[in-house]
Design a binder for this molecule. Structure first.
Ligand SMILES: Nc1nc2c(ncn2[C@@H]2O[C@H](COP(=O)(O)OP(=O)(O)OP(=O)(O)O)[C@@H](O)[C@H]2O)c(=O)[nH]1
Ligand SMILES: [Mg+2]
Length: 416
């Protein structure tokens, strides 16, 4: 799909770097509505011919002669360095920059590093989706892990998808290609959720501002989960609970290095016409409960009639400061291996106070102005302080993060 300048005026530049990155971004460009400017970059002329839906760029022709880098990171670095200026000019006017690559080889690793460094000079939110080699790929695997650590400080959000997880997920006899497709699908669904947040008008909307609020600073740790494309035959209460349970079993959420104390949580829900507010509310409440997240959640929900019997849910989380105070792990914390805690803490860790959605302002799709659509039930104000019991207020760039966003930003909210 050719890039079309959207009428929202937001520029999203998506880069597929090296074999894996190009494959995923090309697939996204084919199935998306053309609202992201999609570029694919490689040193390998043969690999580039497989992309058909993006602006493709053969990099370092004089250095690699179009033959690729064969995993040589230094060579890939030389190649991309020769395009430093032109890449900077592409990034200049971006609001959001997204990198997609497989780390551990030459091209994806070296290109991601340089582009994320150049992106630091812009004001754009920079996100990275990276697949990591299978552990049986040996040196590639450990190189990939090192690159994750090198890239983290330059990115506002970094999501890693280790290919080893695909081995756990698939059937014993699945082919490597099918396995790859599952990992790629997680990234494709996440990209499509981000596109909805930025460009779609839904039942409940978020926008670029919400993304900035979620991904406030570079560094820190991010969390991602996407539901499988499974059928839910009816959206009755227990079906939704089962769906959420299976979403929370997503192996992406059970990696070692997950952030434990989230500062921000965004949930993107997509369903057909029968996606009612009560369902959205239920989904958001169940997820908040599971994450023990007591601040305001950024929820957005969209109707897509091509979804016959399914509900697509994507969760993006961010921990700006990846620290958890000693002895302050909470019972029921999805990632806690310690079920203990003080009595005072246990008082604080009761479930969020789930409120009914105020229906009068949030009626059917398209009936109300966007401001009204932002009205959504949040948790009780006093519960919003998160886990840091008795802590002083949390300041970030002069903003009091303990003050709920709806107060900072003047979004209407109904308390009961
Ligand atoms: N999930 C997934 N992983 C892939 C895919 N293609 C490759 N990989 C993994 O990504 C790692 C990096 O591979 P490539 O992206 O082909 O490498 P490259 O960036 O082109 O670098 P060179 O080795 O220099 O060509 C590999 O070790 C694979 O484990 C894909 O389509 N999906
Ligand atoms: Mg390659």
């Amino acid at each position: 799909m050719e890039y079309v300048m959207n009428d929202v005026g937001i520029k999203v530049k998506l880069f597929g770097l090296g074999g894996a990155g190009m494959h995923i971004v090309d697939a996204f460009a084919q199935e998306s509505n053309g609202l992201f400017e999609c570029h694919t970059l490689d040193t390998d002329a043969k690999a580039i011919t497989t992309t058909q839906n993006t602006e493709s760029h053969l990099i370092g022709k004089e250095i690699c002669r179009g033959l690729g880098c064969g995993g040589d990171i230094d060579l890939a670095e030389k190649a991309i360095n020769s395009h430093r200026e032109v890449i900077s000019s592409w990034l200049e006017d971006a609001d959001v920059i997204i990198l997609v690559a497989g780390l551990g080889g030459g091209v994806g690793s070296a290109f991601s590093l340089l582009i994320s460094e150049l992106a630091e000079k812009t004001g754009a939110i920079t996100l990275g989706f990276f697949v990591l080699p299978f552990s049986f790929e040996g040196a590639r695997f450990s190189k990939g892990e090192n690159f994750i650590n090198e890239l983290r400080p330059s990115l506002h959000g970094m999501f890693s998808i280790p290919n080893d997880l695909l081995l756990q997920e698939g059937d014993a006899d699945q082919t490597a290609l099918n396995g790859f497709e599952m990992g790629n699908r997680w990234i494709l669904n996440s990209l499509s959720a981000l596109s909805d947040v930025l460009f779609e008008n839904g039942i409940i909307n978020q926008d670029l501002g919400s993304l900035k609020q979620l991904f406030q600073a570079r560094g820190g740790k991010s969390l991602l989960a996407v539901s499988q494309d499974t059928n839910i035959l009816d959206l009755a209460d227990n079906a939704i609970e089962t769906h959420i349970q299976s979403l929370l079993m997503n192996p992406l959420l059970h990696q070692e290095n997950q952030p434990k104390d989230l500062d921000g949580l965004m949930i993107v829900i997509k369903g057909n016409q029968s996606l009612e507010l009560s369902i959205i509310h239920k989904v958001a409440s169940l997820i908040a409960q599971k994450f023990n997240f007591k601040k305001d959640i950024l929820v957005s929900a969209y109707v897509d009639d091509s979804l016959i019997n399914s509900l697509k849910i994507s969760i993006f989380g961010k921990s700006e400061i990846d620290q958890i105070p000693k002895n302050k792990k909470l019972e029921g914390d999805l990632f806690s291996d310690d079920e203990g805690g003080s009595e005072e803490l246990s008082k604080k860790k009761k479930s969020p106070n789930i409120l009914k959605v105020h229906r009068s302002k949030l009626s059917k799709k398209g009936e109300k102005e966007m401001d009204d659509q932002k009205e959504f039930a949040f948790f009780d104000k006093e519960e919003d302080r998160g886990y840091f019991v008795d802590s002083s207020s949390k300041l970030f760039k002069g903003i009091n993060l303990d003050q709920p966003t709806y107060l900072r930003k003047g979004i209407k909210v109904k308390f009961k």
